[in-house]
Design a binder for this molecule. Structure first.
Ligand code: MTE
Length: 393
């Protein structure tokens, strides 16, 4: 592997912030505490959730690192960092969310398989890099294409990390060529996160960022890009990150009946409170995040102080702008919003939050109705129990 390699063990992992909640050590999967997550609209890199399927790759020599572009194209090419940096740089503020966010709560209904995440497998960063549509143009694929002349309809991203699900092979995923060649989809080959070079955990030296889509498609430590006819046949596209109905179990599952999940559905979570909190009677401040997939943006966030019988609209501290801030700074329609409400609490009660996106999609009431064996996309109303008592809140 020129410049970049995926180690076979965990002896060379990078340092991590001590306040992260570790959900699995090897591979390293961790999320920040709820309160830390909403302390900054742009999530600091060291507090950003980390989702890995193998040991973190290493760069031996950045000068010799390159990405190969192969497959159904006329002229396969090697792209060095200098080639990618020579393209127009864009800064895109985009929320990345793991499809497994809030899995732990789904497991309480019926056990699911997968890393247990609370509500913080999500973060919002300013990603800096080249647009994939410009990179593809460089290798001869025009903008806004559904297919190349030789029948390429998907763009596959391949890494170098050794994943046990791939029998020691690398992590990979694909997106449709139409999305990859659409400049407005803002798909990036990112080399910066919050103005700094990517760190090792988040994909140094180069990663894909697919805004509005589940994090699983934003491949880190990019090694090659393949233009292919069918979508990527890798484990994480075909045997994982698919949404099944509650009736499907491990005995009757047929993976080929479902498409790989792409956009993430509308989501919100209260982060100023844990699942169960003691409070004094009076006003309780509720704060959290809401995010919509597919660039739809958040239209509204409702909160309830009586378990969902009545609702008030929360205020939103960041409203998505639909316009480009400047020529080279992209839109923030891919970014989350923070919400806040002050609720009167006079008895033990359940607080709930639900968000509505610009397509009027709303979070489902019950986790039972969206339960699925892999525990993905738990977007049910987020609830916390407030018990009356003595507390510092
Ligand atoms: N890319 C590689 N090469 N290996 C991985 O394990 N995990 C994916 C994606 N890209 C993964 C990857 C998943 S499931 C998610 S949610 C995001 O990376 C997490 O990105 P982060 O660790 O930067 O938050």
């Amino acid at each position: 592997m020129p410049g970049l390699r995926g180690p076979s063990d965990y002896s060379q992992e990078p340092p991590r912030h001590p306040s992260l909640r570790i959900n699995s050590k090897e591979p390293f999967n961790a999320e920040p505490p709820r309160s830390a997550l909403i302390s900054s609209y742009i999530t600091p890199v060291d507090l950003f959730y980390k989702r890995n399927h193998g040991p973190i790759p290493l760069v031996d020599d950045i000068e010799s690192y390159y990405v190969t572009v192969n497959g159904l194209i006329e002229n396969p090419r090697k792209l060095f960092m200098k080639d990618i940096r020579a393209l127009q740089k864009y800064n895109v503020t985009a929320t990345l969310q793991c499809a497994g966010n809030r899995r732990t709560a789904m497991s309480k209904v019926r056990k699911v398989r997968g890393v247990g995440w609370d509500v913080s497998a999500i973060g919002n960063a300013v990603w800096g890099g080249a647009k994939l549509s410009d990179v593809l143009e460089l290798v001869g694929i025009a903008k806004l294409m559904h297919s190349t002349e030789s029948g390429g309809r998907h763009v596959e991203f391949v890494s170098v990390d050794q994943c046990k699900e791939e029998n020691g092979g690398p992590y990979k995923a694909s997106i449709p060529l139409s999305q990859a060649t659409n400049p407005e989809a803002d798909v990036l080959l990112a080399y910066e996160m919050n103005g700094e070079p990517l760190n090792r955990d988040h994909g140094y030296p180069l990663r894909v960022v697919v805004p509005g889509v589940i994090g699983a498609r934003s491949v880190k430590w990019l090694d090659s890009i393949n233009i292919i006819a069918e979508e990527c046949q890798g484990f994480f596209m075909q045997k994982d990150y698919k949404m099944f109905p509650p009736s499907v179990n491990w005995d009757n599952i047929n993976w080929s009946t479902r498409r790989p999940q792409m956009d993430f559905p509308v989501q919100s979570a209260i982060c100023s409170l844990e699942d169960v909190e003691m409070v004094k009677p009076g006003k309780v401040n509720i704060r959290g995040y809401a995010a919509a997939g597919g660039g739809r943006g958040i239209e509204r966030v409702d909160v309830s102080a009586d378990g969902g019988k009545s609702w008030v609209e929360a205020s939103r501290s960041q409203k998505p702008k639909e316009t480009y801030i400047s020529e080279h700074h992209s839109t923030d329609k891919w970014a989350w919003v923070f919400f806040e409400a002050s609720l009167d609490v006079s008895r033990t009660t359940e607080i709930a939050a639900k968000a509505v996106d610009s397509g009027a999609n709303v979070q489902p009431e019950c986790v039972e109705s969206i339960w699925n064996l892999r525990g993905i996309l738990n977007t049910s109303w987020h609830r916390v129990l407030l018990r009356l008592g003595h507390s510092s809140l």
